[in-house]
Design a protein around this ligand. Structure first.
Ligand SMILES: NC(=O)c1ccc[n+]([C@@H]2O[C@H](COP(=O)([O-])OP(=O)(O)OC[C@H]3O[C@@H](n4cnc5c(N)ncnc54)[C@H](O)[C@@H]3O)[C@@H](O)[C@H]2O)c1
Ligand SMILES: CC(C)[C@H](C(=O)O)[C@@H](O)C(=O)O
Ligand SMILES: [Mg+2]
Length: 360
């Protein structure tokens, strides 16, 4: 077996964290005699600097030729004043859309070793938190019309929010399907008390739920959901929501796990192909200093092994190695509890070696 990957390092801490995830992939594949072919391509600010655009055609072609994509993060102050269509973030949205990756799975769990590192008290997270945030990724206000115009000499900005029924149906089916393999509970998050988009969302999710009578569905308004996530995160199993609410709620949920540097994600379409990336950004404030936590990217690589390549044993070894690492040391973003503080490279090196040992 050979895994064909396209690797998009991106900007800021992107190259540092991707390097460690690749190291871990090499270690587990090596331990099991699985081949690994990597093709690197440009995305985001790195692509703008070299080609003038955030998503070169060649990058889309290389991604399409691969079985899966591993991505770091894009963006940074250097490119913040560019026109909106030329920003690094536009490249990220473009690749998700070009590859048809409408389902973004963001698991917010808490490793036992990190319970004391969570900003939430032990009595709140102690029983364990295991939330699967299912974020719609190719629609919503992100992909509506964006404009600015002047009326009566006053400047306005406008972004159009909207969802079609088929877009909602397919993401709802992903959420219900996942719930069937978990605790069979789906919470759909919207703002149906105000937004027409959300009213169509809620009606559609309710109708799709009839196809899954064994899964319990509840609805929450997004403001309440944001509050419930810190009041009692253990109440959630699968949480399905639109692109914008999912972006915000998944960053919030990430802190339950102790750090935004811990949260992985898989962006999927209808087949096994997927793009795997941490939920955090390019962290320009710590780029190049060896301080970045590579675990979200490493755990994204584990999701790749599980979802695209159906190699649960390899994925499990990576996850166990991460758990062991957290019992041994921390990167500076996670509360330390007196444990040694490691660099990005030390953390990646430990996980790679430990994962390979577990498979030996
Ligand atoms: N998927 C992506 O590529 C993605 C996601 C979010 C933001 N961004 C972009 O990243 C840039 C910075 O955005 P931001 O500062 O709002 O968000 P960010 O996630 O990059 O950083 C927020 C804070 O979390 C810290 N942090 C993030 N990841 C970390 C890690 N792995 N280890 C340790 N600390 C970590 C940062 O140092 C910073 O203090 C922007 O250009 C933004 O558009 C990209
Ligand atoms: C950088 C940005 C376009 C992106 C998003 O909003 O989807 C990021 O915040 C994320 O969560 O992946
Ligand atoms: Mg985000």
């Amino acid at each position: 077996m050979n895994l064909n990957l396209c690797v998009l390092e991106g900007d800021g801490i992107g190259p540092e964290i991707v390097k460690e995830a690749v190291r871990v992939l090499r270690a587990v594949c090596g331990a099991r005699g699985v081949g690994l072919s990597l093709d690197y391509a440009l995305l985001g600010g790195a692509a703008i600097d070299r080609t003038g655009v955030p998503l070169p055609d060649e990058t889309v072609e290389k991604c399409r030729a691969a079985q899966a994509v591993l991505l770091g993060a894009v963006g940074g102050p250097k490119w913040d004043s560019l026109p909106s269509g030329l920003r690094p973030e536009k490249g990220l949205l473009g690749i998700r859309s070009a590859l048809g990756l409408y389902a973004n799975l963001r698991p917010a769990t808490i490793f036992p070793a990190l319970r004391a590192a969570s900003p939430l008290r032990d009595e709140i997270v102690g029983a364990g938190v295991d939330i699967m945030v299912v974020r719609e990724l190719t629609g919503d206000v992100y992909f509506g019309e964006h404009s600015r115009f002047e009326r009566d000499g006053v400047l306005h900005g406008r972004d159009i929010m909207g969802y079609s029924v088929p877009e909602i149906e397919r993401i709802a089916r992903v959420a219900f399907g996942l719930a069937r393999r978990r605790d069979r509970r789906v919470t759909s998050v919207d703002k149906a008390n105000v937004l027409e988009t959300s009213r169509v969302w809620r009606e559609t999710v309710t109708r799709v739920a009839e196809e899954f009578p064994d899964v319990a569905l509840t609805h929450l308004y997004v403001d309440n959901a944001a509050m419930q996530l810190v009041r009692d995160p253990a109440q959630f199993d699968v949480l399905v929501t639109g692109n914008l609410f999912g972006d915000i709620l998944s960053d919030e949920a990430s802190m339950i796990s102790g750090s935004i540097g811990m949260l992985a994600s898989a962006s999927l379409g209808d087949g096994p192909f997927g793009l795997y990336e941490p939920i955090h950004g390019s962290a320009p404030d710590i780029a190049g200093q060896g301080k970045a936590n590579p675990l979200a990217t490493i755990l994204s690589a584990a999701m790749m092994l599980r979802y695209t390549f159906d190699l649960p044993e390899l994925a499990g070894a990576v996850e166990q190695a991460v758990s062991d690492a957290l019992g041994t040391a921390r990167t500076p973003d996670i509360r330390g509890d007196g444990l040694p503080v490691w660099t990005t490279e030390q953390m990646g090196g430990f996980v790679a070696q430990r994962a390979a040992e577990l498979l030996a």
